[in-house]
Design a binder for this molecule. Sequence first.
Ligand SMILES: Nc1nc2c(c(=O)[nH]1)N[C@H]1C(S)=C(S)[C@@H](COP(=O)(O)O)O[C@H]1N2
Ligand SMILES: [Mo]
Length: 193
Amino acid sequence: MSRTDTESRVPPGQRLTTGFPVLHHGEVPYYRDMRLWDLKLLGLVEENVTISYAEFMKLPRRTFVNDIHCVTTWSKLDNEWEGVAVATIMEKVKLKPEAKYVMLHAERGWTTNLPLEDFLRDTSFFALKHNGELLTPEHGYPVRMVVPHLYFWKSAKWLRAVEFRATDRPGFWERNGYHMYGDPWLEQRYDFE
Ligand SMILES: Nc1nc2c(c(=O)[nH]1)N[C@H]1C(S)=C(S)[C@@H](COP(=O)(O)O)O[C@H]1N2
Ligand SMILES: [Mo]
């Protein structure tokens, strides 16, 4: 790839890394018994759904290739992931018409918010593997969200629930000054006021 091609893929204020930095608040969860893991779909749905680990592992998977952009200014190009498409998960619930936003709930109460339409994009997915390897505990094992068109803090690691909401509400970092939306191309990093 030529230099300009690569440059055109790096949003303003970002620089490339070839490593895969680990960033999060709090401790990494280590799971001993996957029978205790599940993913819940709740909020503005006709009926709440709980997907067990065994069920999740049987869902059809796809490969996704993308670039990720962390608000702390690193970008990592050409990630290859294996994961479950959002559409596959959405077959399990019927949304109520008022649903306009999503709150992603991770282990230990960590949350992040995004508009429903961004969650539903066909580039957003539930990741299980990165560059051919199972997600490590540090990077979100067993399942993390990946929403590559927003800053990477919206990509919740250790995902446990997707909540559908009528109104937007700030998640963990958004309450602490991060932008409610987080478009890396518009440098929507922080929103202190
Ligand atoms: N559950 C959870 N997910 C999280 C975070 C967190 O603190 N907890 N941090 C976010 C932030 S700020 C970033 S930059 C990315 C980092 O993902 P990585 O450690 O796999 O690079 O995870 C995001 N997902
Ligand atoms: Mo971050």
